[in-house]
Design a protein around this ligand. Structure first.
Ligand code: KIV
Length: 272
């Protein structure tokens, strides 16, 4: 018996909160294109994040700042076409929501209309309160992002662990509570102490998804290219590599080059 698209139950923000209530961990990975998204979805991932990390891993920029709204829309619409079950969340890129709630709403509306994604993600707490409120008022689900916020890299200068000091930890906790009160359906916590992340997860009802935030949160997210080992340089403590695609692909490409040079490829069977 084959499973038809109509039989597939889509993951919704509501389903994620039920998973938290049941104590079922939420799995989330990034994807930026149709083919990868299709593999992740068929493998059973709960959430696919079209992260602005596309700026690094797809476009080769050093930071997430240069990627544009149009580029994010291109990536997110490609991902959505490959997905039948997972919830697709798209990052609002730098400069499209900070300090101007009307622009924030327009950016979020463009993402929802032009990509078919199910939600947007924004970095920040009290500083972006008005933008979050305005997007939510249009019925667009919003995920928050606190801790290490790569769009603010020039404010901090490094990618070290955040909220180790009490003042920053208290601000993070109150920002998380604010995002929940405003109506966000979940929050990503990036690179903060595990005990603080566990406390946020305990004190909030909405799902908390960690990246470098320890075991006591409601789900985990990794950048797909990092966990598959596409690159060798990026090696933070929190990253578990599930594959070494850099080596596998290099071997495959070298074998192809050698087969072409030696005239082994194509063989008689591989021609018309
Ligand atoms: O852009 C991204 O990939 C992210 C994850 C690191 C959570 O925001």
């Amino acid at each position: 018996m084959s499973i038809h698209s109509a039989d597939i139950k889509k993951v919704t923000t509501h389903k994620l909160s039920e998973m938290k209530l049941r104590g079922e961990r939420i799995s989330m990975l990034t994807a930026y294109d149709f083919s990868m998204a299709k593999i992740l979805d068929q493998a059973g991932i709960d959430v696919i994040l079209v992260g602005d990390s596309a700026s690094n891993v797809m476009a080769g920029y050093e930071t997430t700042l240069p990627i544009t709204l149009n580029e994010m829309i291109y990536h997110a619409s490609s991902v959505v076409r490959g997905v039948k079950r997972a919830l697709v969340i798209c990052d609002l890129p730098f400069g499209t929501y900070q300090g101007n709630s009307k622009e924030a709403l327009n950016s979020a509306i463009r993402i929802m209309k032009e990509t078919g994604a199910g939600a947007v993600k924004l970095e920040g707490g009290s500083e972006i309160k008005e933008s979050v409120e305005r997007i939510l008022s249009a019925g667009i689900p919003v995920m928050g992002h606190l801790g290490l916020m790569p769009q603010s890299i020039h404010k901090f200068g490094t990618y070290v662990v955040r909220a180790k000091e009490e003042i920053e930890a208290n601000k993070l906790l109150s920002d998380a509570k604010l995002l929940e009160e405003l109506g966000c359906f979940g929050i990503v916590l990036e690179k903060i102490p595990a005990t603080l992340a566990g406390q946020v997860s305990k004190e909030l009802k909405i799902p908390i998804i960690g990246i470098g935030a320890g075991r006591e949160v409601d789900g985990q997210v990794l950048v797909l290219h990092d966990m598959l080992g596409f690159s060798q340089e990026f090696s933070p403590r929190f990253l578990r590599r599930y594959h070494n695609l850099f080596a596998e692909m290099t071997n495959a490409v070298q074998k192809y080059i050698s087969d072409v040079k030696s005239r082994d490829f194509p063989s008689e069977k591989e021609q018309y």
